[in-house]
Design a binder for this molecule. Structure first.
Ligand SMILES: NC(=O)C1=CN([C@@H]2O[C@H](COP(=O)(O)OP(=O)(O)OC[C@H]3O[C@@H](n4cnc5c(N)ncnc54)[C@H](O)[C@@H]3O)[C@@H](O)[C@H]2O)C=CC1
Ligand SMILES: O=C(O)C(=O)Cc1ccc(O)cc1
Length: 363
């Protein structure tokens, strides 16, 4: 029996636990300092066993996943290394930055315990075990950052276990990881928050800003609702990289200001074309950064019972909806429904079915 121990059973840790739990030959144990949380993990059936005792959860574990905020990883690792661990045990994490934790772990090197940094490129703006899902990592990239000292055998063992997540494992140097993720994840979070706050400031003077803010604004600012403490830790940890990216960002924005000052329409078209061309090359739909859910938007006439009709249509075809959200509902405009599914198969089947019933469907 392989024992997998999860420290920090929230969105990421809980989702990992759900991937491993119930798989033949695997036992999942969860840890929290808080007895009420331990009760909750057990009640929700996320883990096979749980305890407030770090030693109890860590001992005998073949794999230990640290799934706590970035700022707590180093002290956590310290505490963990003071426990009695099983020789050959693999310790990994899911933190959004990799450079510092990988170096820290190396500096603490314990010969019989192997640390391999990890970062699943999947998640959402939600947090807590309530948001955990066994599908979270499906098709997402899952970065691992072993270094020269990592035994190949340990790396292979971790990759083999992670097969249960159905993610694509990719091996990346830790510093390179932080630079790339800084650009495609950390910078966008900063921009989203700054943009929302800019508009919130205008809205204090005139509440119509909020009323008129429609689909596009909501879509590109979803990640502004992410967990503030988690993001404080990430941004401070990747401070140098994000500062350099913000300098580049200022230059990009200055370019637009300059084009507007010069009424340079060709320049504006060029920028949009360049962005559109790059964006169209992004993978179609991959869970993870930016898209975490299989969503489809349906234009619906605003009449009573339409939600029920759509839900029944899907239900009759055994297509499982994970969420339904009304984006607009006014008498004078068609409404928009956002339907969320847990996997690509359900999403594709729903699109096909809705189109067949002449619904206007967009992704
Ligand atoms: N949320 C996301 O989309 C993604 C998050 N990550 C990383 O995963 C890690 C966990 O994030 P989430 O699961 O989203 O957070 P979460 O808030 O859902 O879960 C965090 C868990 O850690 C525990 N915890 C919080 N502070 C702690 C502390 N100081 N010491 C010990 N335990 C503590 C909480 O009780 C909770 O069980 C973070 O390092 C984050 O950077 C990585 C990829 C995606
Ligand atoms: O919600 C989203 O789109 C995200 O960007 C989620 C996310 C948050 C942190 C990460 O380190 C990776 C992914």
């Amino acid at each position: 029996m392989i024992k997998v121990a999860i420290f920090g059973v929230g969105l990421m840790g809980g989702s990992l636990a759900l991937c491993f739990k119930g798989k033949p030959g695997i036992r999942v144990a969860g840890h929290s300092n808080n007895p009420a949380q331990v009760e909750k993990y057990l009640k929700r059936g996320v883990v096979d066993e749980a305890s407030t005792s770090m030693q109890e959860v860590a001992e005998d574990a073949d794999f230990i996943f640290l799934c706590t905020p970035v700022g707590s990883l180093e002290p956590y690792l310290d505490k963990l290394l003071r426990c009695k661990l099983k020789p050959g045990c693999i310790v990994t994490d899911v933190g959004s930055t990799k450079s510092s934790i990988t170096k820290y772990a190396r500096s603490k090197a314990v010969p019989y315990v192997h640390f391999i940094g990890g970062h699943p490129m999947a998640g959402s703006e939600r947090s807590g075990v309530e948001a955990a899902s066994s599908h979270l990592y499906e098709n997402a990239y899952y970065v691992l950052t072993p270094d020269d000292a990592t035994p190949a055998e340990a790396y292979d063992r971790l990759v083999e276990l992670l097969r249960h997540t159905r993610a694509h494992i990719v091996r990346v140097d830790a510093d390179r990881h932080d630079e790339i993720v800084g650009a495609i994840s950390h910078l966008p979070h900063v921009i989203a928050v700054a943009l929302v706050n800019q508009v919130a400031g205008y809205n204090e003077r005139d509440g119509l800003y909020q009323s008129l803010a429609a689909g596009g604004f909501r879509d590109i600012t979803r990640i502004a609702s992410s967990h503030p403490d988690m993001w404080r830790d990430i941004l401070l940890n990747n401070r140098e990289v994000v500062l350099a990216l913000l300098r580049d960002w200022n230059a990009e924005i200055a370019k637009f200001a300059d084009m507007l000052e010069r009424s340079d329409g060709d320049g504006i078209v060029r920028e949009f074309k360049r962005a559109g061309a790059f964006r169209s090359q992004l993978p179609e739909r991959r869970k993870g950064v930016i898209t975490s859910i299989y969503d489809v938007y349906v234009d619906v006439p605003d009449h009573p019972g339409i939600i029920g009709q759509i839900a029944t249509l899907l239900g009759n075809s055994r297509i499982n909806l994970s969420n339904i959200h009304i984006i607009e509902s006014r008498a004078d405009v068609p409404g928009v429904l956002r339907l969320s599914f847990r996997n690509e198969t359900d999403l594709e089947a729903a699109i096909e079915l809705l189109k067949r019933h002449r619904y206007e469907v967009r992704q």
